[in-house]
Design a binder for this molecule. Structure first.
Ligand SMILES: NC(=O)C1=CN([C@@H]2O[C@H](COP(=O)(O)OP(=O)(O)OC[C@H]3O[C@@H](n4cnc5c(N)ncnc54)[C@H](O)[C@@H]3O)[C@@H](O)[C@H]2O)[C@@H](O)CC1
Ligand SMILES: Nc1ncnc2c1ncn2[C@@H]1O[C@H](COP(=O)(O)OP(=O)(O)O)[C@@H](O)[C@H]1O
Ligand SMILES: [K+]
Length: 466
């Protein structure tokens, strides 16, 4: 790094930033660009990008927000024909470059930064954020107070976690990475995201020697007299997620429904809350729609007494929240809570979890000693000593009853096929999110549509190419 002349990184950042802005403007000459310039190097990036746009004939005005301003950057802008303007220019801009704060920010935006962010949000011009939208904590995605809502975020050197995790991700818009040559100097990340190619590489596929047993048999202990549909959806997700066979075990009402919907599933009607006589499985899904009565508790204990991996969801999570001793077992456990369920497990507040998903998913994995998939607008997967995996697929249309049951079936099927909890959870979330997008295609979906779209999602990752 010492070999680079001072300012090289900033020049590369500014070049990348100006290119994205020019693309967005279409024609640069004669367009009005307003820079929001804070007191640090984030403002410096904005000023040098402004210089480049001014040289191409744009009208560029800088609104300086801090007690000081990046001196060399400001000089360069002025020499290129730019000027310092007051904040009234924001409303008239075709494009606004947000260089208020970047990775050096701490806490909620102070004034006048917060007010400038609000004015930019209310203006008609598109906003391009430098490195991270000001107001978003780059390391976590937390937003405390005002934040810029960007059309595009141009981020320097590496994706910042806060651009992938809500609420930060929701205001980052499209994220463009500018390679400023940091590659070799970046530390090991504590957050990662799977690509379609990663999922393609991890997905088990049947070979010549495969048979239904060797591909992986998944047991599903789900559904009760009240929620029969949860069992149907979990089994549907499992069948589409590639299990060689699905064994369903449960009470009369859900068993009848599962049999009627999925002749492919092998159904065992349970007279007693025990899975001892269900036959061999390589993994279990426990909990969707199961109920929380004594019978359900005993069934959960029986499933968890097995020596195969268990995915616990929904009512299964309520049962283990009341009796955490159930989680003490040798074989792996994957839990798939939404924020409310995790709040019960951690005795924490649901809103706190929504606001700081990374902190809480890490805490849950460490405290409970299991793999945790936290569902919601950004799904995250944590396991002790591994980077948190942030899921990048999905759509808000997935916020619909029963889609979580499908996810447990899909991830359970991957567990049964031999993936670790960490990989089954993150590949399951990726495929489920992609299936959600394909099923919705801009309109409402039903949970069963998501299960039906899982094979198309698998085909899509297979054909994504390296
Ligand atoms: N570190 C690097 O290698 C590179 C950094 N670059 C840019 O430099 C940025 C980081 O620059 P800095 O470290 O100077 O920090 P920033 O420019 O992100 O912010 C620090 C400044 O903002 C003020 N500030 C902090 N929190 C605030 C708040 N809540 N409300 C109002 N003001 C607040 C501080 O007083 C300080 O002056 C990156 O985000 C990126 O844009 C790029 O130029 C490329 C290379
Ligand atoms: N706002 C959202 N944006 C994207 N995905 C969402 C959103 N809200 C929920 N989801 C996803 O939808 C599914 C809902 O699961 P869950 O909460 O268990 O519902 P249910 O119990 O009705 O199946 C999860 O996969 C979750 O990640
Ligand atoms: K910024």
């Amino acid at each position: 790094m010492a070999r680079l002349p001072e300012g090289t990184l900033m020049q590369r950042a500014a070049t990348g930033l100006a290119a994205v802005c020019a693309d967005l403007l279409g024609r640069v000459y004669g367009r009005r660009v307003v820079l929001l310039v804070g007191s640090g190097d984030n403002g410096g990036d904005a000023l040098y990008a402004g210089e480049r746009l001014a040289r191409r004939g744009a009208w560029v005005g800088a609104v300086t927000a801090g007690a000081r301003t990046h001196e060399a950057g400001l000089r360069a802008l002025l020499e290129a024909g730019g000027r310092v303007v007051d904040r009234s220019a924001i409303a008239e801009a075709d494009l606004i470059i947000d260089g208020l704060v970047g990775i050096g920010a701490s806490g909620a935006l102070r004034e006048p930064y917060a007010g400038l962010a609000e004015e930019a949000n209310a203006a008609r011009g598109a906003i391009v954020a430098v490195d991270v939208p000001s107001g978003v904590d780059a390391s976590s995605g937390r937003v405390a107070g005002a934040a810029v809502r960007a059309r595009v975020t141009v981020t320097m050197g590496a994706y910042k976690t806060g651009l992938l995790v809500d609420p930060g991700a929701a205001v980052a818009g499209e994220v463009e990475l500018v390679d400023i040559g940091l590659g070799a100097y970046l530390p090991d990340p504590d957050v990662a995201a799977l690509t379609a190619n990663d999922v393609d590489d991890l997905l088990p596929r049947p070979g010549k020697e495969s048979d239904k047993y060797r591909r992986g048999v998944l047991g599903v202990a789900a559904g009760g007299d009240v929620f029969t549909g949860a069992a149907v959806l979990a089994v549907g997700g499992a069948l589409r997620g590639g299990a060689g066979m699905v064994r369903y075990a449960g009470r009369r009402a859900p068993a009848d429904q599962v049999r009627a919907h999925w002749p492919e599933a092998v159904v065992t009607l349970l007279d007693e809350p025990s899975v001892e006589h269900v036959g061999r499985v390589q993994a279990w899904v426990l909990g969707p729609g199961l109920g929380v009565d004594r019978w359900a508790h005993e069934l959960a204990a029986s499933v968890l007494a097995s020596n195969v991996p268990v995915l616990i969801d929904a009512d299964g999570l309520t049962l283990v929240a009341e009796d955490r001793g159930l989680l003490r077992r040798e074989a792996p456990v994957l839990i798939t809570p939404h924020a409310g369920e995790l709040a019960r497990l951690l005795r924490a507040d649901r809103d706190d979890i929504e606001a700081a998903r990374l902190d809480h998913v890490r805490r849950a994995a460490a405290e409970l000693g299991v793999t945790v998939l936290l569902k919601g607008s950004t799904t995250v997967v944590a396991e002790d000593a591994r980077p948190v995996r942030v899921n990048t697929t999905g759509t808000s249309w997935l916020a619909a009853g029963g889609t979580g049951d499908v996810l447990s079936g899909v991830a359970g099927a991957l567990l049964a096929q031999g993936l670790s909890c960490y990989d089954a959870a993150s590949c399951g979330a990726f495929l489920h999110g992609l299936a959600g997008r394909l099923a919705a295609d801009g309109a409402p979906l039903a949970a069963a549509d998501v299960a039906a779209a899982v094979p198309a999602a698998i085909r899509a990752v297979t054909s994504a190419g390296p």
